[in-house]
Design a protein around this ligand. Structure first.
Ligand code: ADP
Length: 387
């Protein structure tokens, strides 16, 4: 399907006056708030399923935003942790990732490591025979059983960028460095932001626009925005996930390892650790660094506890290879949406009111995000067709 539309416009900074179309009150059919991978994917899939709709994608930061969940997501496609019923959607997502990312999507072995024998497991020593560096990371007596799964790795930030750029080529407009606030009745206020040389964020100018359809794709912020600005309470929640660095050497071909909820993702010649999410972080919670033997760390207490519990099975975690940091800012971390408030929930979308949809990625967005965005785009195309 191709669109006859000319490419969309991009307003990157406040020096470019925001002049959206001929009708200043309602220049767009759809406003997508948030250009992480979910919002960007929706923008692209809308150009495919409903090419006649004029869409504006609004993002508070840049593309991708360095504070968003997308840029710190593991970027691992795998069905290892999904029920069979989700595998079709995951396979569809994989094909789409191939189209969009080409060689940036790399096949990689993915091993789940177990204390006890489980279906389809083999001895860990056998499965890691070809990867001595990986075998050196663990105690094969503590994790003697392993199972290989199919996996592919990629950079979610690149996906967001590629999807948004493709959408723009097909007619979507993009407004960066703009904080959007939804209101009932299809009204959105847009505050265009600048950052001063003393790092203060200043509102440059404010626009109010209307659209028949608004999609909140603002990641972990979306449930609170729905509640505060639209008065719609949802069951969704959020959790803060830190992804510390382990300075153990890894190669391009090294497998992803997963043991007792912790994922070790080979990256940049070392490892990024992706700890499990146990539960939602309560409203008002602000992440704080913890202490290890009295010394302040940038790793928060919950994450430290998880890693300490794994030190016997993964001895490098007990060495200085694990980057503990001194304060929270030293450890990469991001707020993640938890659809339905569940730590293992799959991406979802939901209608909030007559004008507004919610689109959430969360912990499984690497494997299922594109499918969910596409499903919402198909729904919107059908809905608009019926109007
Ligand atoms: P997801 O995986 O759902 O795409 P992200 O956190 O990566 O999650 O993406 C959400 C995006 O929404 C981020 O890039 C963030 O900067 C943006 N965002 C959050 N709140 C607002 C807002 N009020 N206005 C515009 N963009 C926002």
């Amino acid at each position: 399907m191709t669109s006859a539309r000319p490419p969309g416009r991009v307003w990157a900074h406040v020096g470019q006056p925001f002049t959206p179309g001929t009708d200043p009150q309602a220049p767009y059919d759809v406003l997508i708030l948030g250009a992480g991978r979910m919002g960007s994917a929706l923008a692209l899939t809308l150009t495919e399923h409903a090419p006649h709709l004029k869409t504006l994608l609004v993002e508070e930061g840049g593309l991708p935003n360095e504070d968003g969940a997308t840029i710190l997501a593991p970027g691992i496609w795998t069905t290892a942790h999904l029920p069979e019923s989700q595998h079709g959607a995951a396979r569809w997502t994989l094909e789409r990732l191939r189209d969009l990312l080409g060689d940036d999507l790399q096949p990689r072995p993915y091993l789940t490591l177990h204390d006890q024998p489980a279906p389809n497991t083999q001895p860990t020593r056998d499965l890691l025979g070809a990867h001595p560096q990986s075998l050196a990371l663990l105690d094969p007596e503590a994790l003697p059983h392993a199972r290989a799964h199919e996996a592919h790795t990629y950079r979610p930030g690149t996906l967001a960028q590629v999807a948004a750029q493709s959408a723009i080529r097909r007619g979507t407009d993009l407004l960066l460095n703009t904080s959007a606030t939804p209101h009932p009745g299809g009204r959105v206020t847009l505050e265009r932001l600048t950052v001063t040389n003393t790092h203060q964020v200043v509102t440059h100018d404010i626009h109010t626009i209307h659209a028949p359809l608004i999609v909140l794709a603002t990641g972990a912020h979306a449930p609170a925005q729905a509640e505060h600005h639209l008065g719609v309470h949802t069951r969704h929640a959020r959790a803060y996930r830190q992804t510390p660095h382990l300075a153990a050497p890894s190669t391009e071909a090294a497998p992803v390892l997963h043991a007792r909820g912790l994922t070790l993702r080979p990256q940049h010649g070392a490892y990024t650790l992706i700890p499990p999410i146990h539960h939602r972080d309560p409203h008002g919670y602000a992440p704080q660094g913890g202490h290890l033997t009295g010394v302040p760390t940038g790793l928060r207490r919950e994450t430290l506890e998880d890693l300490v519990g794994l030190m016997d099975a993964l001895p490098p975690l007990a060495t200085s290879d694990l980057h503990l940091g001194r304060s929270l800012a030293d450890i990469p971390g991001a707020w993640l949406a938890l659809p339905g408030g569940q730590p293992d929930a799959t991406p979802t979308h939901q209608r909030l009111d007559d004008h507004t949809h919610l689109l959430l990625g969360g912990p499984h967005a690497d494997t299922l995000g594109l499918w969910t965005a596409d499903e919402l785009a198909r729904n919107i195309a059908g809905e608009v067709g019926r109007r």
